[in-house]
Write a protein that binds this ligand. Structure first.
Ligand SMILES: Nc1ncnc2c1ncn2[C@@H]1O[C@H](COP(=O)(O)OP(=O)(O)OP(=O)(O)O)[C@@H](O)[C@H]1O
Ligand SMILES: [Mg+2]
Length: 252
């Protein structure tokens, strides 16, 4: 299960992120990048962060550790920006904490990425349909001379409108928009990584998502959305298993 921590201080907003994540200190003395349930992207973005983050890490992609963090809106009280105050207030309760990588810098093309690392990131992104790894917004950090993948909130787009499993599973991936596509060929790791995505791993990863984030979102009614958290876990499993089986449609 994901560790649980309690936020003790809101340090500063990370304004380069569209969802206005915050740098937050917690009761384990750790510093985290907190992604808030009250952000415009909604709790589904946090579901994608956990599912893809935990899946990717299990497959060997370097991804900062995740935790669940309790936020009392009081911690934002001294923050002068009203937008931050409102976001923290709207996010009272459980949120997602990403281990902060201090001193990390954004990826740039001069950094040498081993073929296998690049291929694994590209494979993961193609599998989960990540549209957020472009040259303009790489969502890749360099830390301790290693490449780290962050920001998986835009993956798994099927959960925003629960349509046909086959349509999602067989949709092609736009490699031309991926910053590492020229550096790593996902076909070179496909056999190994796809073997790693077992039913047990999918179940483990989905178990880590809080029920509240999996329930139908009353602010975004969708008649086809799974009725409760366990139905949602089965549905994610079904879409991802079908995607894996349709790899010939999304590999280059
Ligand atoms: N774990 C981390 N360690 C260090 N810096 C981080 C970490 N996570 C995020 N950041 C910094 O904060 C920025 C915003 O984070 P992130 O991309 O996750 O937020 P977002 O709101 O989802 O962004 P986007 O605008 O791409 O949707 C990153 O570009 C990076 O500079
Ligand atoms: Mg980002």
């Amino acid at each position: 299960m994901l560790p649980r921590v309690v936020a003790t201080a809101y340090l500063t907003p990370l304004r380069e992120g569209g969802s206005l994540p915050g740098l937050v200190e917690a009761d384990d003395l750790g510093t985290y990048v907190v992604k808030f349930t009250g952000a415009g992207q909604g709790p589904k973005a946090l579901v994608a962060e956990i599912v893809v983050g935990e899946l990717g890490r299990a497959l060997g992609v370097a991804i900062p550790e995740l935790a669940l963090i309790e936020v009392d809106p009081e911690i934002g009280r001294r923050e002068p920006d009203q937008e931050v105050q409102d976001l923290v207030t709207a996010s009272a309760g459980t949120n997602l904490a990403v281990d902060f990588l201090p001193g990390s810098v954004g990826y740039d093309a001069a950094f040498e990425v081993p073929d296998r690392v690049a291929a694994s990131v590209v494979w993961l992104d193609a599998f989960v349909a990540n549209v957020d790894r472009s040259a303009r917004n790489t969502n890749l950090l360099i830390w301790h001379r290693q490449l780290w993948a962050i920001d998986h909130g835009a993956c798994l787009r099927f959960h925003h409108a629960w349509g046909s499993v086959a349509a999602f599973a067989g949709s092609a991936y736009n490699y031309s928009d991926h910053v590492l596509a020229e550096r790593g060929d996902p076909r070179t790791v496909h056999e190994e990584l796809s073997r790693g995505v077992t039913a047990d791993l999918l179940a483990d990863v989905l178990d880590q998502v809080p029920d509240a984030w999996l329930r139908p979102d009353p602010t975004r009614p969708d008649a086809r959305a799974p009725a409760d958290a366990d139905a949602a876990r089965s549905a994610y499993g079904e879409y991802l298993t079908a995607r894996l089986a349709a790899a010939d449609r999304w590999l280059p």
